[in-house]
Design a protein around this ligand. Structure first.
Ligand code: HEM
Length: 416
């Protein structure tokens, strides 16, 4: 037995020092994240039957080379991959998912759709969502205090994604459950009952998306994501209506929960540290760096990013079986004092090299520019409307969210 193995044997079991579903993690994840990181670069976590990759360099290499699969159905505990004849909406979306399935198809789709996320498009979406955000604040009037999450944050992912895609307001109520629940469908840690429930909601939501696409076919040229996609479909034989649907779902799946978390933690961080507000919000560029610092400081991730072993293979010196889940956890090092001196201090001018807040390599977040713009816009408006706003109380944390540490409420005092 090597000295390292002997030291590891003396340590308590990993599940005794790391449990993201616990209240202790929720209230102070730093100790647990550091404890996991100290176990080594690639460790097995029994409760989730998953390997965890802890080192940022290894994670970037994995992101860049894509030697693991992103396909949920490659997971050893996934329900059996149904035969194509039996696919419902949900299976078509998950199995035939343009961004999740085969690496080559993924790269093609990314290339084809990149114009839909260009700087000009982001400017145009900003123009479109600005009145919606103004309306939200107008409807609030001049309250003495309010909960930022229910009054503002919860509405933003919906506004951004429906405006980005171009879903008419008449369909908003029917599409809402899809937006609220789709991310859960591919979370390996939820129960089978819950998976079935969200599967049904997704099936109904996808039917609605088909109706919206059909309507857009009849009246194109509305300068939105769907019209751009229909144009691409007309010009590319390999790009079909299902590619459009799965892309819409990818935007919903990847853009809804992330935006909600980003909203609440950004506002919490900048109301708790009023001295950081001005340097963070000087410009869209300064906010971009500030956002990475806010997410580092808040350390709100629980699970990281799921990948699956496509075959029996050696990964970082360990034998990994085909189908095993590998979780990439770039957040673990965010409070490491070696990487980030004085890690508990929020410093929006901190330098990030590399900055992997939005991933890295071929699967880098397609909505990163959109996400940051929408946050910058909303938070700037919040402080313009309520220049003397402050935290009304320290928010209680909610441990029930499957993927992140959420805040139960974010009560703000406006001092108007
Ligand atoms: C602040 C909010 C956000 C954060 C922190 C974030 C972060 C990330 C990260 C880290 C990845 C890589 C995941 C992996 O490697 O498995 C990713 C992928 C992705 N994100 Fe975001 N994201 C955010 C908002 C958005 C928004 C608003 C959209 C869409 C409107 C979006 C769409 C996507 C898509 C489609 C992917 C998959 C890309 C691919 O596989 O090619 N994200 N995001």
């Amino acid at each position: 037995m090597s000295t390292d193995d002997a030291v590891l044997e003396q340590l308590p079991k990993l599940e005794e020092v790391f449990d993201p579903s616990s209240d202790e993690y929720c209230n102070n994840p730093i100790k647990q994240c550091m404890a996991l990181m100290e176990r080594g670069p690639f460790v097995f976590y029994e409760p989730w039957q998953a390997w965890v990759m802890t080192d940022i360099g290894d994670i970037m290499e994995c992101w860049r080379k894509e030697y693991l699969s992103s396909d949920f159905y490659d997971w050893e505990f996934a329900p059996p991959r149904p035969h194509e004849d039996d696919w419902g909406n949900f299976e078509k979306a998950l199995i035939g998912h343009s961004l999740v399935s085969d690496h080559d198809h993924h790269r093609l789709i990314r290339k084809v759709v990149s114009p839909a996320f260009s700087r000009n498009v982001v400017d145009e979406i900003q123009r479109r969502i600005e009145p919606d955000i103004d309306k939200l604040f107008d409807a609030m009037g001049s309250p003495k205090s309010f909960d930022y999450i229910t009054e503002v944050a919860e509405h933003i992912p919906f506004i951004t994604i429906t405006r980005l895609i171009g879903v008419p307001e008449k369909y908003w109520d029917e599409i809402k459950p899809l937006l609220e629940n789709f991310t859960e469908t591919w979370n390996p840690t939820i129960s089978e009952e819950r998976r079935e429930e969200v599967r049904q909601q997704c099936n109904r939501g996808i039917d609605m998306i088909k109706v919206v696409i059909e309507e857009r076919r009849q009246s194109p040229q509305q300068d939105d994501f769907l019209s751009t996609m229909l144009d691409i479909e007309a010009k590319n034989e390999k790009f079909t209506e299902w590619d459009i649907i799965t892309l819409v779902l990818a935007l919903i799946g990847a853009g809804a929960d992330t935006t909600l978390m980003a909203q609440q933690w950004s506002v919490y961080a900048l109301t708790k540290h009023p001295d950081q507000r001005q340097p963070a919000l000087e410009s869209a560029e300064t906010f971009s760096n500030a956002f990475s610092e806010i997410m580092r400081w808040s350390l709100n991730s629980k699970m990281g990013f799921a990948r699956y072993a496509p075959e029996d293979m050696d990964v970082l010196g360990q034998r990994v079986r085909k189908g095993q889940l590998v979780l990439l956890m770039p957040h673990l090092c965010r409070m490491d004092p070696v990487k980030y001196p004085n890690p508990e201090v929020l410093d929006v001018k901190r330098n990030f090299d590399p900055d992997v807040q939005f991933g890295y390599g071929p699967r880098y977040c397609i909505g990163a520019a959109m996400a940051k713009r929408q946050l910058f816009l909303t938070i700037t408006k919040l402080f313009e409307r309520f220049p003397n706003i402050e935290l009304a109380e320290e928010p209680e944390r909610d441990s029930s969210n499957h993927n992140s540490i959420a805040l139960k409420k974010l009560m703000l005092k406006t001092n108007v």
